[in-house]
Write a protein that binds this ligand. Structure first.
Ligand SMILES: NC(=O)C1=CN([C@@H]2O[C@H](COP(=O)(O)OP(=O)(O)OC[C@H]3O[C@@H](n4cnc5c(N)ncnc54)[C@H](OP(=O)(O)O)[C@@H]3O)[C@@H](O)[C@H]2O)C=CC1
Ligand SMILES: CC(C)(CO)C(=O)C(=O)O
Length: 318
């Protein structure tokens, strides 16, 4: 299989770099200063066993990809960036191309399926950081990620088998799962902490706000009748596979990284915002996640400092 990693940032860069190190043909799609740096000096993959230069072809458009029958797209942009990426893919990728969503949240799969019949979902357990053009940092070693894969909306097939086998050959834990979206919904509950981690000063009040956001999310997903893997199932799957590197300082999650890089936007509408959406569809109030969405949107739009807001004030207003 050949891989086009659309969005070679934290997740895409680590996965693409790791597959390339294992000898898989990889094309990286990136843009701006990050693309310039990759073109000038390769992608720098900072992994637990050193910094590696990945010399893979890099481009900012699917128009420049040499599409073949065995090319698979790994979509690793943030959810709010998927529409633009998909417009480019729709224009240039053969319609039979498998597109595998390496995204948090649960929204990109349906958007992909509208355009590509062969749509796949990955539950992304891969802590990584991308703050500097040209550089991606894998937080865990020796296994950098658990990337279970299934077909969307359900099932497994020859493509899930081949992708999982390639990931395993590269040293990434991966199993096929017919019910992958149930796992992704459990991951979504975890990611309801992303906006809190990004926007609010750390401490007991922030911890309480994150716990309330997660409890509200669990209630709304259950009311919507959506299957969510249990916390026990999640713990069992993770086991002790992901070991944090001891040579790295703990930074922040993917939403914190968007605010820190000052990208002007974030994925929050697809994380806490997914709970808000489900609540609105059901006529259920979701004040906690609405507050987290509002805070994170505000900081992203105004360029405010990450972790600069007071979670206590939000708790008092609920
Ligand atoms: N970081 C992490 O630890 C984890 C992230 N995830 C999830 O993985 C997904 C990807 O997140 P992450 O890797 O952190 O995000 P990043 O922002 O680090 O990487 C995405 C990359 O795609 C680029 N990109 C976006 N749109 C386009 C486009 N149209 N053309 C070319 N390049 C584009 C971005 O450029 P630009 O910077 O200019 O926007 C960026 O370089 C998200 O859903 C996230 O929630 C899941 C688990 C852990
Ligand atoms: C849970 C966490 C923080 C780590 O992988 C993540 O998914 C993210 O950064 O979005």
């Amino acid at each position: 299989m050949r891989y086009v990693v659309y969005g070679a940032g934290a997740v895409g860069g680590v996965v693409g770099g790791t597959l390339a190190r294992a000898g898989r043909p990889v094309t990286l799609v990136a843009r701006g200063a990050h693309l310039d740096a990759i073109r000038a000096a390769g992608l720098v993959l900072d992994a637990g066993d050193g910094r590696h230069r990945i010399d893979a072809p890099a481009t900012d458009t699917a128009a420049e990809v040499g599409w073949t029958d065995d090319t698979v797209v790994l979509l690793a942009v943030k959810s709010h960036q998927a529409a633009a990426a998909l417009a480019d893919l729709r224009a240039h990728a053969p319609t039979g191309t498998p597109v595998v969503c390496l995204t948090n949240g649960v929204a990109t799969e349906a958007a992909v399926l509208r355009l590509f019949a062969r749509t796949y979902a990955v539950c992304v357990m891969l802590p990584a950081t991308h703050l500097e053009p040209g550089v991606v940092v894998a937080s865990c070693h020796p296994t950098p990620a658990i990337l279970d894969v299934g077909r969307f909306p359900g099932g497994t097939d020859a493509t899930t088998a081949a992708v999982a086998a390639d990931l395993r050959a590269a040293g990434i834990a991966s199993e096929e799962r017919a019910d992958i979206m149930a796992m992704k919904r459990r991951k979504l509950v975890m990611n309801l902490g992303n906006g809190v981690d990004a926007s609010f000063a750390q401490g007991a009040a922030a911890d309480e706000l994150a716990a309330l956001a997660q409890a509200e999310g669990e209630r709304v997903l259950a009311a919507a009748g959506l299957t969510v893997a249990t916390a026990d199932e999640d713990r069992e799957r993770r086991g002790a596979i992901l070991q944090r590197r001891t040579d790295l300082e703990r930074r922040g999650g993917s939403t914190w990284q968007s605010l820190t890089r000052g990208t002007g936007d974030s994925e929050i509408d697809y994380l806490a915002g997914e709970v808000v959406l489900q609540g609105r569809l059901l006529g259920l109030p979701t004040p906690v996640n609405e507050a987290v969405v509002a805070a994170t949107r505000h900081l992203a739009a105004t360029g405010g400092a990450p972790r600069s807001l007071d979670a206590g004030a939000v708790l008092a207003s609920l």
